[in-house]
Design a protein around this ligand. Sequence first.
Ligand code: ZN
Length: 276
Amino acid sequence: MSLNLEQATSLIVERARQLVSQLVEDRGHDGPPFLSEEYARLQGIKRIEKGDLGEVSAILLKLHDGDVIRVNQNHNLARQNFSCAHEIGHVLLSELNLEPCIEEVEFRTFNPQSHAMARARAKERLCDAAAAELLMPEMVYKKYLSGLGLSISLVEWLANIFKVSIRAAAFRIAEVSVEPSIALVWRLQPGTKTKALGLSRRVGPGKEFRGKANYMPVHTLVRHTSTLHKAYQYDGPVKCHKLFRLDAGVKRLPVESKGFGRGETRHVISLAFPDR
Ligand SMILES: [Zn+2]
């Protein structure tokens, strides 16, 4: 059996959803936060250990008496929560025996090494998709979003409630919001004297907005003179417009941005709204 990434994603998310229902039934309510420790217990993982893992976020250890997750104690708790949930994603992936089935069109390459890398990347993306559903179950997250107009200030609020990183909370908004939205992460572009920002990640809008799925900013470099760059320099939210390309056309979309983190981890998160 061969699956593309989309089919594999819906299978693993479906499995994660079952685990969410099991947890909700277990504890008798569906209120956030959803912690990876709770899922680890349900999934029969023996324990979560904290340790110094250097650059690594977490690892899954298959010991003779059961699985153990070791997580990087130097990362903040929100990140640790996601890293552990990602490792639980690996457990679900092998449970479903999905790994041998992942065959994606983008793997069409004659270089076996890049093929293996693309497979590895796809696997990691599947585990991230499982982790997102475990920690921010779509139904519950949607409930928190409903009745509130989308804005960049929601991101921090949701991150606190769901005990996830700002980035993860923003991506999840873009994936599940009823109003289509796109989440963008900007980081300092290395080697630029004037501290230009480069686009490092783009997510959304969700799968029900297929026609809008390919909105890409026309300019993926933000100069220090641009309004969006103020979000990097100061902490307050910043509103501006940016040009996005969709198929053959270009559209000017309203964008809200905010800067997070300090020093090397400083980054800007933007939400863009195709329907406004
Ligand atoms: Zn992984």
